[in-house]
Write a protein that binds this ligand. Structure first.
Ligand code: MUC
Ligand code: MG
Length: 367
């Protein structure tokens, strides 16, 4: 099945509840829908979220690199020639979310051609994942209120709290309020998006030692090489690398350098193929991982679910699969539903993404 066309369609959907974190803010989902067309009218879909504050990609940049560089390189190749496709995409450095979405859309085509769900082709471990919700910067009372609503409405009991503000005591107060309110009825972990220094992070962690945090993520910049190694060495819970590992080789380097002891896998930036490599690396080394959220819409969240449910290692921890709930609308014909704290795979060939074409016409911003 040859690739006949690759489209990159920018769209824009506002958030009802913007997400604020140490490296930036998301008010509008200004993402790009990638469509890979095969012969016989088979179409695969994926969502690329531009994160200028994380990887340097923009909506215009993703569209340009996909349409002007990637499409001419892969049109005419067979969808099953995945190594050849990747060798061509990898001639361009960077652009993780553009590459990740092209990869996922190709897997969607492959699933449709074979008539099988992609999750079964990847690993087929389970049909569902537990959901973790990511809460942005806010005051303690409001954070508790949001978490309580998500717990009551969706049955979510795992929360990632964004930290990395100054003074660090602001964030400690939020985490403390969450634990005081929920007791041991919830799991809590933190993500600093590089906002603190190593010393600030160490003090904050010490101040939260009694809060039973599951893990900590990117509390200080990985580029502070010795500071990061020092911090990781004294941290008593798994220390996750996220944005500092946008390629499998970076994940290997972070683990070998002592810059992290666990890895967040985001299909938005490593697609399915790169995420497999990261996952297998972690599995071989006995390192834990979880499915992170690139502030994905429902199309991207479906991809995270498809991958996360495919493997025992990724399915056993709650995945960050709920931030689409903060968007005013989305593109899926049949919206995702989180029930009893879980999201279930759709038993359809491919990734299960079916686009509502009316919504796409309404939100696309290239016309
Ligand atoms: C996360 O886990 O860091 C915030 C910035 C980004 O790139 O992803 C989000 C979530
Ligand atoms: Mg993170």
């Amino acid at each position: 099945m040859k690739i006949t066309k690759v489209e990159a369609i920018p769209f824009s959907i506002p958030y009802t509840h913007p997400l604020k974190f140490a490296s930036g803010e998301a008010h509008v989902a200004d993402h790009v829908l990638i469509r890979v067309h095969g012969e016989d009218g088979v179409v695969g879909h994926a969502e690329a979220p531009p994160r200028p504050y994380t990887y340097g990609e923009t909506q215009d940049g993703i569209r340009a690199v996909v349409e002007t560089i990637f499409a001419p390189q892969i049109v005419g190749l067979d969808v099953f020639d995945r190594e050849k496709i990747h060798a061509r995409l990898d001639r361009t450095v960077g652009n993780p979310c553009a590459k990740g979405a092209v990869d996922i859309a190709i897997w969607d085509v492959i699933g449709k051609v074979l008539g099988r769900p992609v999750t079964a082709l990847l690993g087929g471990y389970t049909d569902r994942m537990r959901v973790s919700h990511m809460v942005g910067f806010d005051d303690p009372a409001r954070t508790v209120e949001i978490a309580q609503r998500f717990k009551e409405t969706y049955g979510i009991t795992t929360f990632k709290i964004k930290v990395g503000r100054r003074p660090w005591t602001l964030d400690v107060a939020v985490c403390r309020a969450m634990r005081a309110h929920f007791g041991d009825a919830v799991d809590l972990y933190i993500d600093g998006n590089r906002g603190w220094t190593a010393a600030e992070a160490a003090r904050a962690l010490r101040a939260m030692e009694d809060l039973d945090l599951l893990m900590a993520e990117e509390l200080n910049p990985a580029d502070d090489v010795l500071g990061r190694r020092w911090l990781v060495g004294r941290t008593k819970i798994p220390f996750y690398a996220d944005e500092s590992v946008s390629r499998p080789a970076e994940a290997a380097r972070a683990l070998l350098d002592g810059a992290a002891t666990a890895i967040s896998i985001k299909t938005a930036r490593t697609g399915f193929t790169g995420s497999q490599r990261v996952h297998f690396l972690c599995e071989s080394l006995g390192i834990e991982n979880y499915i992170g959220n690139q502030i994905d819409g429902q199309v991207g969240t479906m991809a995270s679910l498809v991958f996360g449910a495919a493997y025992k290692g990724t399915a056993e921890r709650a995945g960050e699969l709920s931030n689409f709930l903060d968007m005013s609308d989305d593109l899926l014909a049949e919206p995702l539903r989180i029930e009893h704290g879980e999201l279930k795979i759709r038993d359809l060939p491919g990734t299960g993404v079916v686009i509502d074409e009316d919504k796409l016409s309404r939100y696309r911003c290239d016309r």
